[in-house]
Design a protein around this ligand. Sequence first.
Ligand code: 2U9
Length: 344
Amino acid sequence: MQEQLKAIQQEALSKVEEVNDLKELQAIKVAYLGKKGSLTQVLRGMGKLSPEERPVVGEIANQVREAITTAIEEKNTILENAALEKQLQAESIDVTLPGRPVKVGGPHLLTKVIEEIEDLFIGMGYEVREGPEVETDYYNFEALNLPKDHPARDMQDSFYITNELLLRTHTSPVQARTMKEYNGEKGFKMICPGKVYRRDTDDATHSHQFTQIEGLYVDKDVKMSDLKGVLNVFAKRMFGEDRKIRLRPSFFPFTEPSVEMDISCKVCDGHGCNVCKGTGWIEILGAGMVHPNVLEMGGYDPNVYSGFAFGMGPERIAMLKYGVNDIRQFYLNDSRFLKQFHQA
Ligand code: 2U9
């Protein structure tokens, strides 16, 4: 049995020497020292030994167990350190390496222009209102003097959801809702920015979804000159103190009289160029005095109250101000296009 014990020790130590994997090392431990281990097996035979032999063999058996246990623990430490070192290597960060560029975003050009216009009117005492994009036919059309069979409805080809619900074609319904809310009790000034939808084929100047900012000022004795004054301030603040404005007669079902406002062309300073198609003027927005029918439907007595309204397309203003020649660029989310305006 002593030879057996020596052989087991030899065999175990050489296996421990060769092994390079913690799991395999664990398996060796079980194979030799475990309940069914070969050393344990031999020791079960000690009962058959003579009383003289037992302490000798017992001592050798303990030495063998000690030697195998120690060798396994030392090898375990070596393999664990090697595994840690390997992990540290794998996880080591070369701090001298350049960092990954963190792409910093920025406000979308349209957001910037809309906020610029909002700040301008907030500065003139206007409140900013928002409203539902899924609108009723009443507030999108009827309340704006566009009864069911009115031809102008076709001008605003619409995405109907049901006979009574559609994607709003302008933000005017929000003004109509606000009038209803104040219900002729008091005057107010508001602007309403937001997305609107028209069944249009997208091209460089048209998009089925675009934004609008409309405004409304209702009070006693609001005059056309008030409108002209506000539009003049708007034009100069948005496009430069040197710009001149011009109001041309126009028509909208919800305003009477109606005008379109032009600003003098920056490129040719009004002398005529291809940007202003030789006119020297660039059309910016539409406006007018609120139609008495619209005041009435809003709960305002047109003999007591009057008002002016205006409407503009922020995409158009951004295209003019930043030289963008295709409205679709605003929606393609092409970072090469968008990041140009981060510092603008
Ligand atoms: C109420 C009363 C009157 C809003 C107005 C315009 C003129 C206008 C166009 C601008 C660019 C539409 O997107 S666009 O093509 N809008 O020119 N909008 S007056 O008039 C109102 C609105 C609400 C209760």
